[in-house]
Design a protein around this ligand. Sequence first.
Ligand SMILES: *Cc1c(COP(=O)(O)O)cnc(C)c1O
Length: 453
Amino acid sequence: MVNNEKVEGLTLEEWKTKYPILHNMTETDEVFWTNPGYDEIAKATLFVTPEEVQDAEERLRRFGSFIQVAFPETREAGGLIESPLVPIKEMHKYLESRFASNIQGNLWLKCDSHLPIAGSIKARGGIYEVLAHAEELAQKYQMLQTDKDYAGFASEEFRELFSRYSIAVGSTGNLGLSIGIISATLGFQVTVHMSADAKAWKKELLRAEGVQVVEYASDYGKAVEEGRKQAEADPNCYFIDDENSKRLFLGYAVAAERLKRQLEEQQIKVDRDHPLFVYLPCGVGGGPGGVAYGLKLVYGDNVHCFFAEPTHSPCMLLGLLTGLHDKVSVQDFGIDNKTEADGLAVGRPSRLVGKMMEDLLSGVFTVADEELYALLRGMRDHEAIRLEPSALAGMPGPARLFQQETGRHYLAKQGLTEKMKNATHIVWATGGSMVPENIQDEYYAKGQETKEK
Ligand SMILES: *Cc1c(COP(=O)(O)O)cnc(C)c1O
C-alpha cells in the first residue's frame, strides 16, 4: 500500500522504519512485544492512589446487602461479585502441544466469564460505577442518614428517586449488559449505545430488561461519542465513559486483593522466587488496566502483566509503541478493527490507562481470530469450560512467553529464567457464561474448522 498521508507528522513508511514491529502489525501478523519502558513500580507514575482502590473495595462491601437482595445468586458470597480461580492442567498440556512450547510453572484460569449478574469482567467496573453514582445521589437527597443498611437500595423509595435520573453508555456489548442490568435493577432510565460489533442476543437481553438500546452501523468509537452527546444534553443523565472513567478503573482494580486471598487459600506463593504472570484480554484498556494496576499494588515487581489484543485491533499496543495513545487509531495505520472478538473490537485505546501502563505493563501480544476459536474449542474439549472468543485472547500467552525470542529475552532480563519452574500463570477469562447455547455451538464449530495449527 502506498500512502503518503502523514500520521502525527510521519508517513506510514517512516513509522515502520522507526518501529519495525509495525511491519508485522499492519500485515495483521501475530506479534509478541515486550515493553522497553517497563520499570520498577517504585519509579512509576501512578494516577490512581492505593487509598482510592481501598475505598472502592469498601464501597462494594457496603453494597453487599443490596446486591444479595437484588441478585440472590450472590447470597452465599454475601453479595460479593467474585469469580472462581481454577487450575487448568489439561489445557496446560494442550497448549504445550499446540504451540510446541514447554510452559514451566502452573496454569490457572480466572473465571470472570462466570461472574454473577453480567457474566463478564464488566461486572466489576460497570456495576461499581453505577453503584458509586447511586450512592452519591442517595447522599445528595439525604437518604442514607437514617438508613445505613444498603439493602434499602432495593426499596420503592430508592427506585422512585433513581427513576428521575438516567444513565448512558457506549459499548461493544458486555459493558452495556453490565450497566444496563444494574441500572435497570436500581430503577434508572438507561440507554445503551451499541456498536455494530455487538451481538444480537446481547441487545435482546437488554431490551427484555427494559433498557433502551440504540444501534449504530459503525464501530465502538461512534457509539461512545453518541452516548456522550446524549448525556451532555441532559443534566440528569450520567454518562459512563469507558475511555476515561476512573470509577470503572477502580472497580476493576479491586479484583487484585480478592485474587490475593484466593491464591493464599490455594497456598500459592508469590514472591521474588515465585513470579506471577497474568495474561489479560484488552479492548479500550480499562478492565485489564485496572486489574493490572491493582495487582502491581499488591505484588509489586513480582507480578508480570501482559495484555492480549486481536491482530486486527491492536490499539493499546499501537498507543504504547508510539507513545501516542488515544491520538492514533488502528485505522490510521491501515488496520481495519474487524474482529470476531467483539469485546476487544476497539480501534483507539484509553489514554488514562495507556499512560499508566507505560511503566507497569510487561508486554502486549496479538492473537488471530481463528486462534481464538481453536482455543475456545480446546477449552470446551479439555476443561469443559465455555468462553466467548474475546475471553480466549490471553490463553496463548504462557506458551508464547517461552516460545518467542522476545519472551525468553524478557525472562532473562528480569533474572527469571531459572525461577520459572516456580511460576504461576493466570489467564484471565473475561466473558462467556451468558452466551446462549446455540451461539456457543456456532463458536465451537468454527474452532473445529481450524483444529490443527
Ligand atoms: C470489555 C472486555 C474486555 C476488555 O476490557 P476493556 O476495558 O475494554 O479493555 C475483555 N474481554 C471481554 C469479554 C470484554 O467484554
